[in-house]
Design a protein around this ligand. Structure first.
Ligand code: FAD
Length: 440
């Protein structure tokens, strides 16, 4: 047996400024230093206190102009050269900060979906989120759980199992009958602190947006709103993609230092998972309640949107005929209504048409309107700006009618018709009518 090779400690060196390279970016190096060994001059350049520097290289990594380098003494350079030449085993230096972070992150496991309900009626987006949640949970090798809060809501646990959850955290008490931020935040944070999930998904609805923001603030983590894509990287981080800068670019956001990682997703963005009839799982009942007296908000009455006169819910429609600026005038939308009636669908609009006052705001499709996923989406006189596309591009079939053959809408269209919509739309309506008549 030969003696194991002695372990040689690898010199860490100290950070040093290179002459003339600093661009005075605003003291990023100083704020990244974990041991406060960087002072700034009046001209915004760093002075590194060599005897305090621990050689962590954080300032070097953050410097946008590569104005800092690692400096090694002649003795240290010799050791480095020896290590390289002899391939001596190097004693792995553990960054204490990174080790603490890794331990903290490892305490959190599991993907959770908040099941939104109003008077026991679930929001469809919760099931859509269980679909994407299942993919994330599989990649992470963890369980997919649902968080159900309300009164007499046990039936939602079974629905959650049918949509992919294998575990449900249930809080069932009178104080949770109506959604109120104070009570739901207390309840959710109690569960999060007790069971420590690594990912929480919520619908980007009025309730989800309100609750997610309040929870993230309370537990001290990040939240990405209105995500359009979710996946996992090799370090178990949730990659949260959403439109940024007015929808002109897609940004992928990560929350790599805090847990849980929280995202909201709008209804209809994620596909509905297949229903697993009769699926079962584990229900964890938690009896934690909030005293009614401590909740200042009282719900007097719930007035549902669908009760308001003339409101059309385009998000649930299977067929949508949408019009844009190419419609030219509000009265021309009657053409689209005729086609929609033949199909049993509804009329949608681009923002230009809404801004012009041709259609009400609840018909707007797109980034600042609704996200839709119908079987057929017919875009008439809509150019296909990215802000419109993000709201309809996941439709099963897109038919675009535009007289400009190079309009971007054709890039997402299943079928494109280059022509005048005032001729094409009535022709399609007439054809459908005659086919229907021939059938009877
Ligand atoms: P235009 O771009 O003017 O296109 C009209 C089209 O009609 C043209 O392609 C033209 O060739 C065609 N046309 C004209 N006459 C005829 C005819 N007779 N027959 C056939 N075709 C014809 N937009 C949305 O839609 N939804 C949103 O949610 C949204 N959110 C936004 C958020 C932000 C922050 C910003 C900055 C913008 C947003 N927009 C949104 C606006 C978006 O950028 C576009 O301006 C808008 O979608 C354009 O609407 P349009 O396609 O109807 O009009």
């Amino acid at each position: 047996m030969t003696d194991p090779k002695p372990k040689q400690k690898k010199p860490r060196g100290v950070a040093r400024l290179l002459d003339g390279k600093c661009i005075a970016c605003g003291a990023r190096c100083q704020s990244s230093c974990p041991v406060n060994c960087i002072e700034m001059t009046d001209t915004g350049e760093p002075i590194v206190e060599a005897d305090k520097c621990i050689g962590c290289q954080k300032c070097i990594k953050i410097c946008p102009s590569t104005a800092l380098e690692m400096f090694f003494t002649v003795e240290e350079q010799k050791i480095l050269a020896e290590l390289a030449a002899l391939a001596l085993p190097v004693e792995e230096e553990i960054d204490p900060e990174a080790a603490v972070l890794a331990r903290k992150l490892a305490e959190y496991r599991g993907v959770w979906v908040f099941v939104e309900q109003t008077e026991g009626e679930p929001a469809k987006v919760s099931w859509e989120l269980l679909g994407v949640g299942a993919e994330l949970a599989e990649k992470l090798g963890v369980e997919l759980s649902a968080m159900v809060i309300g009164e007499n809501v046990e039936h939602l646990c079974l629905e959650a199992f049918a949509h992919g959850a294998t575990r449900v955290y249930l809080m069932d008490a009178p104080v949770y009958y109506h959604y109120r931020t104070e009570a739901y935040v207390e309840a959710s944070c109690h569960l999060i602190e007790k069971y420590k999930p690594e990912v929480i998904l919520m619908g980007a609805t009025g309730m989800g947006r309100d609750l997610a923001g309040a929870i993230a603030t309370r537990v001290g983590t990040g939240l990405t709103a209105d995500c359009t894509g979710l996946s996992i990287d090799e370090k178990r981080n949730l990659m949260q993609t959403r439109p940024a800068f007015g929808g002109n670019i897609m940004a992928t956001i990560m929350c790599d230092k805090y847990r849980p990682q929280m995202s909201t997703v709008r209804p209809n963005v994620m596909p509905m998972p297949e229903r697993r009839e009769g699926a079962v799982g584990t229900i964890i009942r938690d009896t934690f309640t909030v005293p009614e007296d401590s909740v200042l908000t009282k719900v007097i009455e719930i007035i549902r949107d669908s009760h308001s006169k003339g409101t059309v819910d385009i998000t649930g429609a299977e067929f949508i005929v949408s019009g844009g600026r190419g419609m030219m005038a509000p009265e021309n939308f009657a053409l689209l209504q005729e086609l929609a009636d033949e199909l049993g669908g509804v009329v949608g609009a681009s923002r230009s048409a809404v801004d012009a006052g041709w259609m009400p705001g609840d018909r707007q499709v797109g980034q600042t309107g609704k996200t839709v996923r119908p079987k057929i989406y017919i875009a008439c006189g809509i150019s296909g700006a990215i802000q419109h596309l993000v709201g309809m591009q996941d439709s099963d079939m897109v038919i675009a009618i535009n007289r400009d053959g190079s309009a971007p809408i054709f890039e997402v269209a299943t079928y494109g018709i280059v022509g005048d919509l005032f001729q094409v739309v009535p022709a399609i309506t007439a054809k459908i009518r005659s086919l229907k008549q021939a059938k009877h």
